[in-house]
Design a protein around this ligand. Structure first.
Ligand SMILES: *[C@@H]1O[C@H](CO)[C@@H](O)[C@H](O)[C@H]1NC(C)=O
Ligand SMILES: *[C@@H]1O[C@H](CO)[C@@H](O)[C@H](O)[C@H]1NC(C)=O
Ligand SMILES: *[C@@H]1O[C@H](CO)[C@@H](O)[C@H](O)[C@H]1NC(C)=O
Ligand SMILES: [Zn+2]
Length: 588
């Protein structure tokens, strides 16, 4: 793979370096030739130099560096796309006479750029594009589809455009029944088009007549799926679970993916995100992100996990890793196994049956034997992995990881479990012992707390989202939201992790929080959204804190979330988001 500096490096006139010449060697060569002054020009093109300081008001130090000592400083200095210094105001005047200085507003603070360690970005974008969530019924949903078509001439004027929407929810409709292809056919604008609309819970898909026609002949039955039919046996246009696989949804083009990506970037910058870890990439989305990065179009840093489907051949030795493409914007070096399902749908694999379904203990989608065989291979080939929700899955995954890691260089591999939701007493200490990073989603805790005890019973539920126990066992946590499953706002994650309360300040255990002994401290939460995800994505040397030499990614917040009363955290505003020293949202 081409490195980013190779891509942007013009050939010096008097000297022809080999393509493989590293940047540092080239720098020293050019310096030796007395051409040092040219170097900035070579590497930065004709862009003006970015060089400024940002300081707290007189006598305060409101910049949380999140360095190893969690230092707070008065000023930071940005030169080009990196932090040059952090310092006190007096020292700044001395070292950088004449530098342009901006001042923070009273009470506002600066923290490093925030990472969401577990997202499904393009899924979020798809959901934003044609959202049907608020529809009051079938006709209202059809009206939303029509409005979407009418809003985009390229779609309106081309009846071959494939239209995808998301979020219909029959439980929210005035009459709870399945929608039909006939209802899309009844409207003159939606009629005769290729339309596929996913349900909010993602189990169902509602399609138009034109798609039904393409799908002929439709089979009688699908294992693990439902083809919804009318009283005469004719498919109405709704397909559930495995039956959805019958629907011929074309792979999205680059143009379609860009349309999904744009709202992700816009919303992410507005909430303070500068990086995301995308938890389920496929070859086409990997190519998409890689291309955008190389073209300088990737406005968020993306750390990718490539999906491993145990029915397909092993790819750890054939897929190329991508490290820091396009100025540290895109990396692919993690494998994602989806080993079990969710707690809500009782799909998480447990040691003991569900308390509210004694015949069911969930199921593993990948056999333990396969995990034992495949995980060591991925680790050996230099890939980070995996995903586990239920306590049984976490145990089995830790078995496989533990055996593989016994003789491995753990800091080089940084094994990581996505979710680590329910963990057995005996397994929590193994996280710390084996050096496995727990990638956890605090908002899940406050979403699930209302029903979790029904599923798990009064004892086992204590080991669900047991953040304190995980940290005390010596494990590192990286925090995420799983958006679009949960609220994208990192401040909501910060609030959930540190309070274990619903947004309105309540919990099944009252206003003191749900198992408050499992709360994270604010410092742990802040580190879990900045430097810990940087470590979990092998970027702690360039991202995750405000330290000289690192990329200048930072966020300005309206108030000090480290000091304020908990109930004000969610009222805090993101005033600005800065990447590589450049404001990408708001105003500094
Ligand atoms: C209409 O959309 C289809 C499918 O995206 C595309 O192949 C075709 O080129 C488009 N036609 C026009 C005239 O843009
Ligand atoms: C990759 O690994 C698989 C499974 O171990 C093996 O069958 C295959 O030959 C390997 N391919 C290459 C190119 O090394
Ligand atoms: C997987 O590996 C673990 C640890 O080495 C072992 O205890 C377990 O029996 C293995 N499971 C299978 C199905 O091979
Ligand atoms: Zn996920």
């Amino acid at each position: 793979m081409k490195g980013p500096e190779e891509k942007t490096l013009p050939e010096p006139v008097s000297y022809s370096p080999q393509r493989c010449l590293g940047r540092s060697r080239l720098v020293s060569l050019l310096a030796g030739l007395g051409a040092f002054a040219l170097i900035n020009g070579y590497f930065r093109g004709t862009e003006p130099t970015v060089y400024y300081a940002l300081c707290s008001p007189h006598g305060t130090a409101n910049i949380y560096t999140v360095d190893p000592d969690n230092t707070k400083v008065q000023c930071l200095v940005v030169k080009d796309e990196r932090f040059l210094h952090t310092s006190a105001y007096a020292e700044l005047q001395e070292k950088h006479p004449g530098i342009h200085i901006k001042f923070l507003q009273h009470n506002s603070i600066v923290i490093p750029g925030i990472t969401d360690s577990h997202v499904h970005a393009l899924q979020y974008g798809l959901q934003k594009q044609l959202p049907l969530e608020g529809a009051a019924g079938v006709l209202d949903a059809v009206a939303k589809v029509r409005a979407y078509i009418e809003s985009d001439p390229a779609v309106l004027n081309n009846r071959s455009t494939f239209i995808e929407g998301w979020g219909w929810d029959t439980t929210k409709w005035s009459t709870e029944r399945w929608p039909t292809a006939a209802e899309l056919e009844a409207d003159p604008v939606t009629r005769g088009r290729l339309i596929a609309l996913r349900s909010k819970d993602a189990h169902g898909c509602w399609v138009s007549q034109k798609i039904l026609d393409i799908m002929e002949p439709i089979p009688e039955k699908v294992d693990g799926g439902v083809i919804v039919r009318d009283s005469s046996g004719k498919p109405v246009g709704v397909f559930l679970d495995n039956a959805r696989d019958l629907i011929p949804i074309p792979p999205p083009t680059e143009e379609v993916l860009l349309k999904r990506w744009d709202p992700v970037v816009k919303d992410a910058h507005a909430v303070g995100l500068t990086a995301i870890h995308d938890a389920l990439l496929q070859p086409n989305t990997i190519d998409f992100f890689h291309k955008q990065a190389l073209e300088g179009n990737l406005a968020l840093r993306v750390y990718g996990m490539k999906y491993f489907d145990d029915k397909s051949p092993y790819w750890g030795n054939t897929t190329k890793k991508i490290i820091g493409a396009g100025g540290d914007r895109f990396t692919l070096r993690s494998a994602k196994f989806v080993v079990d399902g969710a707690l809500r749908s009782r799909g998480a694999a447990l040691y003991e049956p569900y308390s509210d379904d004694p015949t069911n203990r969930g199921s593993m989608r990948v056999e333990p034997g396969t995990l034992n065989k495949t995980i060591p291979k991925f680790l050996e080939d230099g890939w980070q992995c995996i995903h586990a929700i239920g306590d049984r899955t976490n145990g089995v995954v830790l078995d496989a990881l533990g055996a593989a890691l016994e003789h491995a260089d753990v800091p080089a591999i940084r094994p990581r479990i996505e979710h680590a939701q329910i963990m057995d007493h005996k397994d929590i200490p193994r996280l710390g012992k084996t050096g496995v990073i727990a990638s956890v989603q605090p908002i899940h805790a406050i979403s699930d707390m209302w029903y979790a005890e029904h599923r798990l019973g009064p004892e086992r539920v204590k080991r669900l989202y047991a953040f304190r126990s995980i940290i005390d066992a010596g494990a590192r946590t990286a925090l995420g939201t799983d958006f679009p499953v949960e609220d994208m706002r990192p401040l909501a994650t910060f609030y959930a992790a540190t309070t274990r309360l619903s947004y309105d300040g309540d919990s099944p255990h009252g206003r003191g929080g749900w198992f408050p002994e499992q709360r994270m401290t604010r410092l742990e939460a802040l580190r879990g959204m900045t430097i810990d995800p940087a470590f979990a994505s092998f970027t702690e040397n360039i991202l995750g804190s405000i330290e000289p030499g690192k990329r200048a990614d930072f966020v300005v917040l309206s108030k000090d979330i480290m000091e304020m009363p908990a109930e004000e955290i969610l009222k805090t505003e993101v005033l600005a988001t800065v990447m590589d020293g450049v404001v990408v949202y708001g105003k500094v």
